[in-house]
Design a protein around this ligand. Structure first.
Ligand SMILES: N[C@@H](CCC(=O)N[C@@H](CS)C(=O)NCC(=O)O)C(=O)O
Length: 220
C-alpha cells in the first residue's frame, strides 16, 4: 500500500506535471502515479474533480494535499532536504530562481510550449520569448559561476529543485532550438541525460497517439 497519489497530465505536454513528478521521485515518495490525459477543449473535468485548483500536478501524501508545482518541490524538500542547496546563500538564490520560473517567462511558455515529441527548430521566436531566453541564459550562467563551478547542474554536482523547475525550459530548448551559448547547451545536455529526465521522455514517447492534442502539434 502506497503513501498516497501523485496526479499528473500527459508527459508529452505537461511541463508542470514534469516538475512535480521529478521532485517526488528525487524525494523517493512512495506514491501511486495517476495519469489523467488532457481533454480538449479544456479544462479536463476529471482533474477539476480532484485537484483544488483544477490543475496538475496534485499530490496527496500521508494526509498532506499539495497543489502548485513549487509547493510540491517545497514539500518534497522537507522530506529530502538535499533538494535545496545546503548553504544558506546558495539556497536563497535557488529559491529565488525557482520562484522566478514559477511566476514568469510567459513569453517563452506561450510561444515555445512543451512538446517532447516534435522538432520545431527555429520557430516560436517572438521578441517576448527571446527576451525570456536571454534572461534565463544570463541567470543560469550567473548561478553556475557563483554556485555550480563543480557542475554539471546549476548548483554543482547535485540536481536540485532549482534544476527541477527549469527542466521544462531545457526540453523547450531541444524542441524549438533557439540560439543559445555553448555553456547553456552543455547544461541542457547534462539535464537531458539525468536518468529521471530520460525516464520521463521515455514515458512520453510511449503515450498513445490518441492522446495528442492538435493545438500543440503544429507551430508556425
Ligand atoms: N501554477 C501551476 C500550473 C499547473 C498547470 O497549469 N497545469 C496544467 C498542465 S501543465 C493543467 O493542469 N491543465 C489542466 C487541463 O489542461 O485540463 C503549477 O505550478 O502547478
Amino acid at each position: 500500500m502506497s503513501d498516497g497519489s501523485l496526479y499528473i497530465g500527459n508527459r508529452r505536454y505537461s511541463s508542470w506535471s514534469m516538475r512535480g513528478w521529478l521532485a517526488v521521485k528525487l524525494a523517493a515518495l512512495d506514491v501511486e502515479e495517476v495519469m489523467i490525459h488532457f481533454s480538449r477543449p479544456g479544462p479536463t473535468p476529471e482533474i477539476g474533480q480532484l485537484s483544488p485548483n483544477g490543475l496538475v500536478p496534485y499530490l496527496e501524501h500521508r494526509g498532506a494535499r499539495v497543489w502548485e508545482s513549487l509547493a510540491v518541490c517545497e514539500y518534497c524538500a522537507e522530506i529530502a532536504p538535499a533538494l535545496w542547496p545546503a548553504d544558506r546563500i546558495a539556497r536563497a538564490h535557488a529559491r529565488a530562481i525557482a520562484a522566478e520560473m514559477h511566476a514568469g517567462f510567459l513569453g517563452l511558455r506561450q510561444s515555445m510550449w512543451m512538446n517532447l515529441g516534435r522538432d520545431f527548430s527555429g520557430l516560436g521566436r517572438t521578441p517576448e520569448a527571446l527576451a525570456d531566453v536571454a534572461r534565463i541564459e544570463a541567470m543560469w550562467a550567473e548561478t553556475r559561476q557563483r554556485f555550480g563551478a563543480d557542475g554539471p547542474f546549476l548548483f554543482g554536482a547535485t540536481f536540485t529543485a532549482a534544476d527541477v523547475m527549469y527542466v521544462p525550459v531545457v526540453t523547450r530548448f531541444f524542441t524549438w532550438r533557439p540560439e543559445i551559448t555553448a555553456a547553456t547547451r552543455a547544461y541542457c545536455e547534462a539535464v537531458r541525460a539525468h536518468p529521471l529526465v530520460a525516464a520521463w521522455y521515455d514515458g512520453a514517447a510511449a503515450e498513445p497517439a490518441e492522446w495528442e492534442l492538435p493545438d500543440y502539434e503544429t507551430a508556425a
